[in-house]
Design a binder for this molecule. Structure first.
Ligand code: CA
Length: 240
């Protein structure tokens, strides 16, 4: 999330099978990334907190923890880009991974080159929508009683309850809040140049945001679906 260019990005890898872990790290090194390998969920979470990685590659099948739980804890404590590795061809797990704030997944076995391509694609997306540093850009948005803080990735409800957003959710919400009451199509929501690694990702992120924002996510009032066109945030937005 923070690198000025993707080539030097720090990638933390969580994989309990040493051979696969080494294969991943070798491929990342070959393409100029820095990497660090952990074999257990606990070790990985501790290192991620200290190391401030730009992207994490997380295997779901682990000896000590449920991989989903690892993703959840990571996003709460050290939000960053996440690529999920899974040996299970389980659609529910895949979608769940995305709902938890992962950016993409790759199913084992995979080609190292394919993995590196996914990593690059995710990092490009983050670099195009970098976290604003201490700039003059407005950092908080008020809308429909909610308060969104870009820096802290938090949403405060009208009742004062605070919810944490993943980096991917926050990016999408920022895009919607910058152009309220306008229909935004998928490409606009993803950014101009990149193609989504899989086209459901925007829908999944929207439904995740709705579950956090909407009283009744089935009948959304803030983020509306415009059938065949895209999504629209219907609220007046006050940036400061
Ligand atoms: Ca495993």
């Amino acid at each position: 999330m923070k690198p000025a260019d993707a080539s030097n990005a720090l990638i933390h890898v969580l994989e309990d099978e040493p051979e696969i872990g080494r294969l991943i790290c070798d491929a990342l090194t070959e393409y100029g990334f820095r990497s660090e390998l952990s074999g257990t969920g606990r070790q990985f979470l501790q290192r991620a907190r200290q190391g401030n990685p730009d992207l994490c590659i997380i295997d779901l099948g682990l000896p000590d923890m449920d991989g989903m739980q690892v993703v959840r804890e990571l996003q709460e404590k050290q939000p960053c880009a996440v690529l999920i590795l899974t040996g299970r061809n389980d659609v529910t797990d895949r979608v769940l991974g995305l709902e938890l704030g992962a950016d993409d997944y790759i199913v084992k076995p995979f080609e190292p080159r394919e993995l590196v391509a996914r990593v690059r694609s995710i990092l490009r997306r983050y670099l195009r929508n970098p976290q604003p540093e201490a700039t003059t850009e407005p950092q908080t948005a008020r809308f429909a009683g909610w308060l969104f803080d870009i820096q802290r990735l938090t949403l405060q409800s009208p009742e004062g309850r605070e919810t944490h957003l993943s980096a991917a959710e926050a990016g999408l919400l920022t895009t919607l809040l910058r152009r309220p009451n306008k229909i935004l199509n998928r490409e606009q929501l993803l950014g101009e140049r990149d193609v989504a690694p899989f086209d459901r990702s925007i829908d999944v992120r929207i439904s995740r945001l709705r579950r956090k924002l909407e009283e009744d996510p089935q009948n959304p009032r803030i983020i509306k679906t415009v059938y065949g066109a895209g999504y629209m945030l219907t609220a007046s937005v006050d940036w400061s």
